[in-house]
Design a protein around this ligand. Sequence first.
Ligand SMILES: N[C@@H](CCC(=O)N[C@@H](CSS)C(=O)NCC(=O)O)C(=O)O
Ligand code: FE2
Length: 228
Amino acid sequence: MIFRQLFEKTSSTYTYILADANTKDAIIIDPVIETVDRDFKVINDLGLKLKYAINTHVHADHVTGSGLLKQKIPGCKSVICDPNAKADIHINEGDKLNFGIKKIEFLSTPGHTNGCVSIVCHSAKSIFTGDALLIRGCGRTDFQQGNPGLLYDSIHTKVFTLPNDYIVFPAHDYTGQTNSSIGEEKKYNPRLSKSKEEFIQIMNNLNLPYPAQIDRALPANLVCGVQE
Ligand SMILES: N[C@@H](CCC(=O)N[C@@H](CSS)C(=O)NCC(=O)O)C(=O)O
Ligand SMILES: [Fe+2]
């Protein structure tokens, strides 16, 4: 497996590239429009064939790079779960996609937004959690149909039931951390290690300012980041 974790610093977003080392078939998870040229260079330098550009949800804090990547790489298909967002493929709970002999499986993990998915790669013992589960945190639940009770259930029934040694790769980190594990987050996550009632109380009192790019990002991300 070829693996890259790439960072976009304005929105503190992680973009991931995964590829089958033999066939060079590749996927990208949560690309950001401002760093498409960097990601495109990585893809070309490594001789990868990008099959899918996947968004874990309709992002509110940055514009997705998936539409621009599709323009640059003929044959690349955009993928999302949210039925309101434009994409080539709309996936659902339990769906799988292949790249070479590698496989990913989608878990529906709503609560941060309605259409949030987490992506499991069992052969790499890894889960890409989008904004559902962050390192020692989780996605906010105060807009985009956010629902703290639903997020708690998503994480506890879909994510925390994976083996403790699975690596957690989030869509963001604001503290300089890159990854965690299921076991660590079950034990040390200050929000999700609490009871559901305590979690809902915490989430309803975060009082976070809205993301700086929200007004630009939400409409753009409903059309893959670019108007055709
Ligand atoms: N300051 C950032 C936005 C930070 C933020 O709201 N992050 C979201 C994920 S992006 S929708 C979040 O869920 N944060 C949870 C938390 O506890 O911080 C910006 O202006 O972009
Ligand atoms: Fe988000």
